[in-house]
Design a protein around this ligand. Sequence first.
Ligand code: ATP
Ligand code: MG
Length: 245
Amino acid sequence: MLELDGVTVRFGDVVAVREVSLTVAEGELLMLLGGSGSGKTTTLETINRLVEPTEGTVRLRGEDVRALVPHELRRRIGYCFQGTGLFAHLTVAENVGITPRLLGWPPERVAARVAELLELVELPAELAARLPDQLSGGQAQRVGVARALAAEPELVLFDEPFGALDPITRESLQASFTRVRRETGLTGVFVTHDVIEALTLGDRVAVLRDGALVALGTAAALRESDDPYVRKLLDAPRRALGALA
Ligand SMILES: Nc1ncnc2c1ncn2[C@@H]1O[C@H](COP(=O)(O)OP(=O)(O)OP(=O)(O)O)[C@@H](O)[C@H]1O
Ligand SMILES: [Mg+2]
């Protein structure tokens, strides 16, 4: 359903992404794991053309995304920005409904979709009229997820949606997310720097280091990896727990 084929992105002298090739199957959630600056956001943004690859090709259902016009891409690919990216001057309902509105859905259909999505992400309906700065961090992230799903996209990109949250709130959002995924059957790419989140939330994990893909597989397969970086990464939570004991 999605295919990155030898994608490289250069910003001047910086090589942000190095020859990344991967595929995402229908209904699959691929986790993109890596440290800060490893190229996660840049890789993600080549998919919806916020970034153009210097080399390589991105295909959505076999079609080169360069051949798709922006409004078509917006309809087909939902995007949940790093740090929510909610529009500060728009209410929750307006934020969630923005893509359907831009696509020309009639107002009553937009309103019904917004109500349905707030319920899906477990936000009380009375939050609809609030502005983003009147929300908690966890509520704002739920709005970000709802907005990404609004136009019933074929593919959804999530950039560290739960990255800035306390552990309890994060756990509750992860549980909601898993339920949303089950109910919608979404196909997605989910960026995280959290090893446990990467291993538990999705179907497969792609590990990025310094812009390059160093491993790609299921959580079980990664545990068998003999790549030194992957081993170190997977050992980190164990080391942290060991330090407590
Ligand atoms: N527009 C840009 N111009 C120049 N360099 C950039 C640009 N965007 C990203 N970079 C560089 O590319 C590299 C990868 O950045 P990217 O934002 O993809 O990392 P990331 O893995 O998402 O990091 P984080 O976890 O901190 O969000 C970094 O070295 C960054 O400084
Ligand atoms: Mg990033």
